[in-house]
Each structure stands twice: as structure tokens, then as C-alpha cells.
Design a protein around this ligand. Structure first.
Ligand SMILES: [Zn+2]
Length: 282
């Protein structure tokens, strides 16, 4: 596949890593920008989970050899269900019939996958049904929820999914001094305690600011890597120029993993302590 964006490459690398280390989760929430453009990547992820020949993911969108990949491309693979909103909402009965169907059918390949498009359209009642699914994950069932905005998805769902993003992040704008300073603290690797007052009194005084700041920080890291890869000017991100790219990738992973937890953390300072100490360990 030529012409992949940095984010798409990162997505595929990440999936390769989790498949290679057997760290597949039971539920993913994938944030996308444009459904028709990104859907082939969602299907690629699905094929990476289902293809018996273990599709060579970085070079092609399917293995071109097995029946599974072909059936997935044609929308006819029995162990893959795609649920779309029935009108403005995804209804409980749609999920119940999915559950029913998966309980009746016998498994063809390694596992089953279901995709829920527009996961923000899950209402509290359909979300409840999904949560029962997610809370008792069958060994062989993987949920892939898709949304254009993770923050519109019900917190109860968000907190149980691993969030991956395919969003293009080329719209950062001017980075304010506080964020700039905070990133410097993060990458210095010193204890949070040293900057405690500055951070909690000024830079990240509340949960909402902390959430938005980490979303921005992740974008900054991704943008930085994407610029480095292209050999573009880095003046906007001078403060990152001495940091190893591998470290930056680790930082992105930490934010991806920790940010969803902020939603259900009542005390955001505890959350910040936890994420900060992971940064320090990188
Ligand atoms: Zn295949």
C-alpha cells in the first residue's frame, strides 16, 4: 500500500505488534475521520484477526489468497457482523439478535468479530446490552466499535474499550506556553512532585483541561513524528528535537491507553499521577 498517512502506518504497525505479542483485546473503539476512506483499514484490522494465512499487513489490504479475506471484502464472511444504526440510534434489538446469532452459529475460523458503526449512536439501553457482551468476553469474540468522536460515545462504553485513532492530526495551531512547559516536564523524566504546584495550580487545574491538554499533546507527538518522517522543518516543535522517536511513540501509546481511564477517574489528580509516572519510566 503506497501513499499511507503517518497515522495509518502507525495504526497498522500497532495492530501488527498486538497480534504478534498476542495482546489482542476484546474490545476496540476506533476513531476515524472519514468512514469511506478509513473503512478499508478497519477491514484490514479484521482480516489480520481472521485470515488463516496471517495477511501480510504492511504491503497489502488482504492476503489475496484465502477465502476468508475474499469473503470479508465481499461482505459475506459469516463470522463478521457489521451493525449500523437503525435510524438515529443503534437499537437494543439489533444487538440482541447479534448475540443470538453468534450463540447459535458454530465458529468457522479463529474468532468472530463484530463491528459497530457510529458507536456514539448506542443509546443507554443498547449500550447496556453491549456492556454485557464486553463484560463477559467470549474468548473468540472481538468487538470493533467505530466513531467519528470518541467523546460522544457513552463513558461506560469508552472505559471498556481500547481506543485507537485514525484521525489526521495536522491541525494543531499555536501551542500555548503552559502545554509547551508541561511537555518539557514530561520528557525530562523527573518526578511529578517537583512540578506539582505549577502543574496543578496553573497548567492543568481541572479534569476537563487535563483531558483536552492530553488530546492536544498526543496530536503534537503524532504531528512531530510525521514531520520528522517527511524531513520537514521542526521549528514549531523545537522542544522535542532531542527526544528519541521511539520514546515519542511510547508516549503516544501511554496517552492512548491512559486517556480513556480519565473518564471514570473521579479524582483526576490520581489519574495524572499515574500517567505521569508512566512517562517518567519511558
Ligand atoms: Zn487471507
Amino acid at each position: 500500500m503506497n501513499g499511507l498517512t503517518y497515522v495509518q502506518k502507525k495504526f497498522i504497525d500497532y495492530i501488527n505488534t498486538i497480534m504478534g505479542t498476542n495482546k489482542l483485546s476484546h474490545s476496540y473503539l476506533i476513531e476515524i475521520g472519514d468512514f469511506s476512506l478509513e473503512f478499508p483499514f478497519i477491514l484490514l484490522f479484521v482480516k489480520m484477526m481472521l485470515c488463516p494465512l496471517e495477511v501480510a499487513s504492511t504491503s497489502q489490504l488482504n492476503c489475496n489468497r484465502c477465502n476468508t479475506c475474499k469473503l470479508i471484502d465481499d461482505g459475506n464472511f459469516p463470522d463478521l457482523e457489521i451493525i449500523e444504526a437503525d435510524g438515529a440510534q443503534i437499537k437494543k434489538k439489533q444487538l440482541l439478535s447479534l448475540k443470538d446469532e453468534y450463540q447459535k452459529k458454530s465458529l468457522i475460523g479463529k474468532r468472530r468479530v463484530y463491528i459497530i458503526k457510529d458507536a456514539e449512536k448506542l443509546n443507554p439501553s443498547s449500550a447496556n446490552t453491549i456492556l454485557k457482551f464486553l463484560e463477559e468476553p467470549e474468548e473468540d469474540i472481538v468487538a470493533v466499535l467505530i466513531t467519528k468522536n470518541r467523546y460522544q460515545v457513552l463513558d461506560t462504553i469508552l472505559s471498556r474499550c481500547q481506543v485507537l485513532s485514525l484521525l489526521d492530526t495536522s491541525d494543531i495551531g499555536v501551542i500555548d506556553d503552559g502545554i509547551n512547559q508541561f511537555i518539557k516536564y514530561l520528557i525530562k523524566g523527573e518526578d511529578l512532585f517537583i512540578y506539582y504546584k505549577e502543574i496543578y495550580d496553573h497548567i492543568l487545574p481541572d479534569k476537563e483541561t487535563a483531558k483536552n491538554s492530553f488530546i492536544l499533546i498526543e496530536k503534537i507527538f503524532i504531528q512531530y513524528l510525521s514531520l520528522t518522517a517527511r524531513g520537514d522543518s521542526l521549528t514549531q516543535f523545537e522542544f522535542l528535537s532531542n527526544v528519541d522517536n521511539k520514546k515519542i511513540l511510547s508516549y503516544i501509546t501511554i496517552i492512548e491507553e491512559e486517556l480513556p481511564k480519565l473518564v471514570y477517574n473521579i479524582n483526576y489528580k490520581l489519574w495524572l499521577d499515574a500517567i505521569y509516572s508512566r512517562f517518567v519510566e519511558v
